[in-house]
Design a binder for this molecule. Structure first.
Ligand code: UD1
Ligand code: CA
Length: 451
């Protein structure tokens, strides 16, 4: 959309949130809430996006994941002092493309807003429109600004909650049970009034919501579209964040199941914003996916697994109780069992690591069998080092593979070995003190002890 700009407000103090980290950097589904709203703007085909940020966040635009931007042009404007949303929009507006006829104003602390909801404001405009407000009917209205209808039942003004008690409602006007969640402003109205918004006598801030009353005075019409309250919930407190996370997870679970993924106990499975799971995957109860995870069809994730920035290929079985850490690939039909941790490793087709292992910085070949308790000793206190295991090798239980080390294809390692040197293909390697067996000795010891 060439004639629309979006201003995303993210420069507030977040004082009700109680965190050193700016509120809008806290995550929903593993992604800072600010980036969710950027993604929705970009998905709604808005190409000109201006983020209004505080001085604390001045380098944030360099951290926006590419997947959120959808090739939109993202600019930043710094609001030096948080003097209210009216003041913030004023800073943002200076950066908006001059070609834009409409300005969408959104709050960065409302991360679940969907692209189609943003578009619904644009669809509600006509040649007389000055402002379209995105309204919602929350279950509890604490914190939100209320819409006021005039005698003709159209939108007359918006009153912030903090100022509602001292607001003089004119004759024939009434409070609607609807609250403000964002708005669309005609450029001409923004140009005319952004620097003339009054300051609240209660908070001394300027409110963008006051632009409605000013727009009406020019003869322009103001109206509203009603969106879903759960989607438009703002995050002011930690409790709001938890509620939004819950809604986000429900959205992801629903989308996964609609896409053919089997969730045995949906409410116990946690997704990240970018978790990609193909159809016919079965996910057992209590599984958490960190960012960057792809799970291919016909694989199975058993209970109590945590998988992050990894790819699980078709037919693989992971868990129960497995941890797959970043930069790992579990190839087709491989099995990763209980109490196994994999980090920055590729596990080959049909390989089995079924019990109590740590495999880090390793390349494990196809059909390798790794015995219980095997550990790659990948860190010498200074540097991480590689372990390479060739196809069809068999690693005896409780082996320690001291990296860097190369185990050849088809090699067999005896149980309990500490392997410090490369093992050629098809060799048997053992590293173990010879066993001592003294016949009858145990009986003698027992007899001595009982005297
Ligand atoms: C705001 C709206 C309110 C609406 C509610 C919806 C105003 C005055 N109030 O209230 O109408 O019902 O959101 O959730 O618009 N911000 C800045 N600079 C500032 C102040 C705030 O960029 O000087 C940003 C914040 O980072 C935040 C957003 O604007 O992302 C909203 O600010 P917040 O203080 O949370 O406003 P609310 O009281 O929630
Ligand atoms: Ca808010």
């Amino acid at each position: 959309m060439k004639n629309v700009s979006s201003i995303i407000l993210a420069a507030g103090k977040g004082s009700r949130f109680g965190s050193e980290l700016p509120k809008i950097c806290h995550t929903v589904g593993g992604l800072p809430m600010l980036f969710h709203i950027i993604k929705s703007c970009a998905d709604s085909a808005i190409e000109d996006i201006v983020l209004v940020i505080s001085t604390k966040l001045s380098d944030v635009s360099s951290k926006i994941p590419l997947s959120c931007t959808n090739e939109a042009n993202i600019k930043t404007a710094v609001q030096p002092v948080p003097l209210g949303t009216g003041n913030a929009v004023l800073y943002g507006f200076k950066q908006c493309s001059k070609a834009s006829e409409w300005i969408v104003v959104l709050y960065a602390d409302t991360p679940l807003i969907r692209a189609k909801t943003i578009q619904s404001m644009l669809q509600a405009t006509d040649s007389k429109t000055g402002v379209v407000v995105l309204a919602m009917k929350p279950d509890e209205d604490s914190g939100y600004a209320k819409l006021i209808a005039g005698p003709d039942e159209t939108l007359f003004a918006i009153v912030e909650e903090k100022d509602a008690a001292s607001y003089n409602l004119r004759d024939g006007h009434r409070f609607l049970s609807l609250c403000n969640a964002g708005m669309l402003i005609r450029r001409e109205i923004a140009e005319q009034f952004l620097d003339k918004l009054p300051s609240s006598p209660i908070t001394q801030e300027t409110y963008i919501t006051n632009i409605v009353e000013l727009a009406r005075e020019t003869g322009r019409t103001c109206h509203y579209v009603v969106g879903n309250a759960e989607e438009l919930r703002g995050i002011n407190t930690r409790a709001d964040l938890a509620a939004v996370e819950k809604s986000f997870q429900e959205r992801m679970r629903r989308a996964a199941m609609d896409g053919g993924v089997g969730l045995i106990a949906p409410r116990t499975v946690y997704f990240s914003y970018d978790t990609a799971i193909e159809p016919d995957v079965i996910i057992h109860p209590f599984v958490t996916f960190g960012p960057g995870t792809v799970v291919r069809s016909r694989s199975e994730i058993k209970s109590f697994c945590v998988i992050e920035n990894a790819e699980i290929k078709s037919g693989a079985i992971v868990g129960p109780f497995a941890r797959i850490r970043p930069n790992s690939v579990i190839q087709e039909n491989a099995h990763i069992g209980n109490f196994v941790e994999i980090k920055k490793s590729t596990i080959g087709v049909g390989a089995k690591i079924n019990h109590l292992s740590y495999i880090g910085d390793a390349s494990v070949g196809d059909e390798v069998n790794i015995g219980a308790g095997t550990i790659t000793c990948n860190y010498d206190g200074f540097k991480k080092r590689q372990t390479i295991i060739g196809d069809k090798a068999s690693i005896g239980a409780n082996s320690s593979l001291v990296a860097p080390v190369n185990i050849g294809a088809g090699a067999i390692l005896g149980a309990g070995s500490v392997i410090t040197e490369d093992v050629p293909d098809d060799a048997l390697a053992l590293e173990r003190a010879p066993q001592v067996t003294l016949k009858g000795k145990a009986k003698k010891i027992r007899a001595k002890r009982t005297i």
